[in-house]
Design a binder for this molecule. Structure first.
Ligand SMILES: Cc1ncc(COP(=O)(O)O)c(C=O)c1O
Length: 381
């Protein structure tokens, strides 16, 4: 946990809003995953946070990447990731994604029968299965429900496997990912159990990839035990794709108080909002906060600077009263889907990012220059 002094130093050096990451926290999360899933291959779901410095650190520790866009594949290629450490996933892959994935020698996660005809020759393949389960998370975060757009129905598997074989592709195994920020371990048990039943259709397989989706307080040991049992049904090696679990706790969004006001509610106004951290608005995510000022406890809503009434980072948050303009607030557990989802809406530059390595701060992404936001418009003329 970064100290107030370290956070103040970062804010004074790089300005706010600022994403900070604690390298030791990242390493500790990876160590917990490695301990819970010994022998499993770890493919970091890059969508959670694609910063190149974090990617290089994870890759250096033996982790591969799950990529869901040309840009993410481009990042993997840019840092020199080898094909056996890259997965190409997504429900609607473009021609360029098939091409670059093929060039890298990556493994494709097939999400629908129609994809077989689109794969590069002799592709390595996992088939994503839709286990048709409702899970304990926000509807937008559930990816394994019968009504979700992901994966193939179990009854489609036999024809799909036959098509892969006759197309000359190498089926390595099955894949599932039931959602994100899942609180109840029973959801994983149910999903893994459903997929394990498919071993009757597939026979033995090399790989079972059980995705990610673990809540930050998840019982990893329990999830791993269930996953191992499912993998054993296929005689398969276990692969996992954590995103949020690896990076969320290492990240803090540092923001300064711009002022306070009272309408029908009490607001603390911040220089960060939905353009820096979309999760509260997108799916009601609640982030713990740490105020770097003192006062008797009070309650207020955290409002960003956007002209959008939904631009709130928290409701009924307990904070020390008497916040002054310039005071610093640390929004915790913001390392996943924070910077990654930041936008230039309102022509606000995406925030800078800095890494604490235990000794010093290093800037790992510059605050986006304003000119960079409109450069593509100027270039078009
Ligand atoms: C296929 C797949 N794998 C892994 C992840 C990572 O999920 P999480 O960040 O919740 O661990 C996602 C997230 O959307 C995903 O779609």
């Amino acid at each position: 946990m970064l100290s107030d002094q370290q956070l103040r130093q970062a804010a004074d050096t790089y300005g706010t809003p600022l994403y900070t990451y604690d390298a030791q926290e990242l390493d500790a999360a990876l160590a917990r995953v490695q301990a819970a899933f010994p022998g499993a291959r770890i493919y970091y779901a890059m969508k959670a946070n694609p910063n190149l410095t974090l990617l290089r650190r994870l890759y250096g520790a033996g982790v591969g990447f799950e990529c869901v866009s040309l840009g993410e594949l481009g990042r993997a290629a840019h840092i020199g990731a080898s094909g056996d450490r890259v997965l190409v996933n997504g429900p609607a892959k473009s021609d360029e994604e098939y091409r670059l994935g093929g060039e890298l020698g990556a493994t494709f996660i097939v999400d629908r029968p129609g994809e077989v005809a689109l794969l590069p020759p002799a592709s390595s393949v996992l088939v994503r299965v839709n286990p048709a389960l409702s899970v304990s998370t926000h509807d937008h975060l559930a990816t394994g429900a019968a009504h979700s757009k992901f994966g193939v129905r179990p009854d489609q598997l036999p024809d799909l496997l036959a098509a892969l074989a006759s197309g000359g592709h190498r089926l390595r195994g099955l894949h599932l990912h039931i959602g994100s920020a899942i609180r109840d371990a029973a959801d994983f048990r149910a999903a893994f159990g459903r997929v394990a039943e498919l071993s009757r259709v597939t026979g033995p397989l090399e790989v079972l990839d059980v995705g990610g989706g673990w809540g930050l307080d998840a019982d990893l040991g329990g999830i791993a035990a269930e996953a191992r049992q499912a993998a054993a049904a296929f005689g398969a090696q276990l692969w996992v794709e954590p995103g949020r679990y690896l990076v969320a706790r290492s990240g803090v969004l540092l923001t300064r108080v711009m002022g306070t006001k009272a309408t029908g509610r009490d607001f603390t106004l911040l220089d960060a909002g939905m353009t820096e951290l979309l999760r509260p608005m997108l799916y009601g995510a609640e982030h713990p906060v740490r105020a770097l000022w003192e006062g008797a406890p009070g309650v207020s809503d955290l409002a960003g600077p956007a002209c959008e009434s939904g631009d709130l980072l928290g409701r009924d948050v307990t904070l020390p009263a008497g916040a002054q303009r310039g005071d610093l607030l640390a929004i915790l557990e913001a390392g996943a889907y924070g910077a990654a989802m930041s936008s230039t809406y309102l022509t606000r530059p995406r925030p800078a990012e800095a890494l604490w390595d235990g000794q010093t701060w290093t800037l790992i992404r510059q605050r986006e220059p304003l000119e960079a936001i409109w450069a593509a418009e100027e270039a078009a003329g």
